[in-house]
Ligand binder design. Sequence first.
Ligand code: FAD
Length: 293
Amino acid sequence: MYERADRAGGLLTYGIPSFKLDKKIVDRRIQLLLDAGMKLVLNCEVGKDKTFEEIANEHDAMFIGVGATKSKYASISGEKAPNVYRAMDYLTNIQRKNFKEAYDKKFDFKDQNVVVVGGGDTAMDCLRTAKREGAKSVTCLYRRDELNMPGSKKEYKNAMEEGVDFIFLASPKEIVLDESGNAIAVEYVRTTLGARGEDGRQRMEEVKGSETRVNADVVIMSLGFDPVVPSFLAENGIETNSWGGITLNEETHETTTAGIYAGGDCYRGADLVVTAAFDGREAARSIAESLLE
Ligand SMILES: Cc1cc2nc3c(=O)[nH]c(=O)nc-3n(C[C@H](O)[C@H](O)[C@H](O)COP(=O)(O)OP(=O)(O)OC[C@H]3O[C@@H](n4cnc5c(N)ncnc54)[C@H](O)[C@@H]3O)c2cc1C
């Protein structure tokens, strides 16, 4: 396994907070694989530290599981201010801190007013992490209502119990900056929900003239993820679809290039641990069968 980070495990190690997933469980699983003979190459970004072609030449089959961690943007003004952060940068740095590794101290939000934009599970993880890190106030801005939140109800309930404030039906319009260019507030408009659209979700309309602000010392943007599409995919005939997901034979998990398999978030888009594990298992079965032929 070639891994660009300094620890294996992907989002199970550096994304999912340790209060949700004890890292000892991940370490144990990696150790079981090492004991079974897996060779692990850390700090090795495929396409940069070692070429994809080199690895393909050295092995009989390959599995790509590069995930989907490219943050989506809200495309609003002020989003690039120095104290506006991406959810993954925040969670990764706090996990580094928990591992007692070097981390960027700007992510210490103790006694700060934190605003998180977004309503999915990753937003809940940021809210709860900020609360546990001693933030003065932690507020979630979400453009739909409680019933339409994309994440799990359990995560929302946990965040409520831990003292997170929620502002529903609030669509962010601008990150308000001070004279030095730092974020000091998030301006949002109120929304209403109407009839359901073709996707089954209620249509959202903005209420004109309802602009309001919530003050913030730091803002975390948590608007979901897109797959990372490394250039080595196209260079090796591995096709991706319109949103960047790797195209697979659904039965065998083989990509459009023979002998190269894939699965997990880089195939499904940001999803779940169980579906990524399922893809890995199914691809492993196909690889084993193809090598026995
Ligand atoms: C904050 C957060 C919380 C979540 N909570 C849950 C939860 O509670 N329950 C749940 O089921 N799911 C949860 N998920 C989703 C779950 O973590 C993912 O669906 C799952 O980890 C996907 O696995 P994967 O192997 O496809 O990708 P990842 O876990 O993203 O792993 C991809 C790995 O590939 C490495 N990599 C990428 N490019 C290269 C390269 N070029 N060379 C070498 N290595 C590379 C990355 O460093 C990473 O280690 C959460 C996700 C996030 C972001």
